[in-house]
Design a binder for this molecule. Structure first.
Ligand code: BTN
Length: 259
């Protein structure tokens, strides 16, 4: 895939702007990043804070012709794995993943992913992978202060000997290069999904944890016992029943805190 990078100092949401570009003539591999989003969106209707120059807000357009619905479901875990791999490779910081799409450093969220899909007028499927990464922030809004962190904050917390300022551009490019390499392999080799899920599972903090499933049809508690081959979380309830949940409507909260 040929990655074509675009950058805006400010936009509403890179996902929304890229959608508009996709409706005209943007090709697969088009990436739009912004220094600041004024209407950044998170999952399930949440806002996503992206203050000027302090974080990465970046989105890539995919126009998959040969992927099944199951292959598409794996793109969010794939993006989370690529963010993890890039942070580990560039800064030697160990990452974890909280189902479904939160990348964690030191048990706090450093990155989130919003994957959106649409069908164009000609019937072609377009997928937008939106990634937000906290890079330079040392303080967060009160509502998320206990749950959020940034790469700079973690490096100084651990007194890591990282010289120089974390470069947002280098990290953005590292993430997309890793993502496009795996995505291209996935088109030809269906076993790539297993590799992605293995990397995902190794970092997943939820396994073995008591959690509360915020299902709009009725909340319940259980223990997270695994993920299936589409990246869905498997929960065992008190009665021993196993329920598989997908990312659509539900969120998972630890009983004793964020993770
Ligand atoms: C989440 O954790 O809820 C997902 C956050 C996704 C944020 C990114 S920033 C780039 C892209 N543009 C958006 O408006 N959202 C995503």
């Amino acid at each position: 895939m040929n990655i074509i990078y675009h950058y805006l100092e400010e936009t509403d949401s890179t996902n929304d702007r890229l959608k508009v570009m996709a409706e005209s003539d943007a090709v697969e591999g088009t990436v739009l990043s912004a220094g600041r989003q004024i209407a950044g969106r998170g999952r399930r209707g949440h806002n996503w804070e992206s203050p000027a120059g302090d974080s990465i807000s970046t989105s890539m357009l995919l126009l998959p012709t040969d992927l099944t619905d199951e292959d598409i479901m794996i793109l969010t875990p794939m993006a989370a794995v690529c963010v993890s791999l890039a942070i580990e490779a560039l800064y030697e910081l160990p990452t974890q993943i909280k189902w479904v799409n939160d990348v964690l450093l030191g048990g706090k969220k450093v990155s989130g992913i919003l994957c959106e899909q649409m069908f164009q007028e000609d019937g072609r499927r377009a997928v937008i992978i939106g990634i937000g990464i906290n890079v330079h922030q040392h303080a967060f809004p009160i509502e998320i202060a206990d749950m959020a962190t940034s790469i700079d904050a973690e490096l100084s917390e651990r007194q890591m000997p990282f010289s120089g300022r974390v470069a947002r551009r280098e990290l953005t490019e590292c993430v997309w290069e890793k993502f496009s390499a795996i995505y291209e392999r996935q088109k030809k080799d269906k076993t790539v999904v297993d590799e992605v899920l293995e990397e995902y599972r190794r970092r997943l903090v939820n396994i073995g944890q008591r959690c509360r499933v915020m299902d709009p049809r009725g909340e319940y508690e259980g223990e997270a016992v695994g993920i299936d081959k589409m990246g869905r979380l498997v929960i065992e309830t008190g009665s021993g029943e196993r329920r598989t949940i997908d990312a659509g409507e539900v969120s998972v909260r630890g009983i004793y805190g964020y993770v």
